[in-house]
Unconditional design. Sequence first.
Length: 91
Amino acid sequence: MRDALNLVAATSLVMVAGCVTTALAPGASDVRIVRSEAEIASCTAVGNVRQPPDQNVDMRNLTVGVGGNTLFATENVMGTVMAGVAYRCPK
């Protein structure tokens, strides 16, 4: 059942993404998305971020919004990051 719901959510995101263009906030293009804890070892967590339901929000915008420059992806649906922890990492 959960797989079916994930498939419906992913399909909805793909359809919405095709219809809506999300502009990047200042600094969002510099946000790194990582999946390895080793890549955030020297970073400070600044907040959790999650894709809002029924919206197409670029996760990099949400990361910058909480003061982060790196997003550690914690939840993915069909290759799309749905949730993560925003980190502030040294450059």
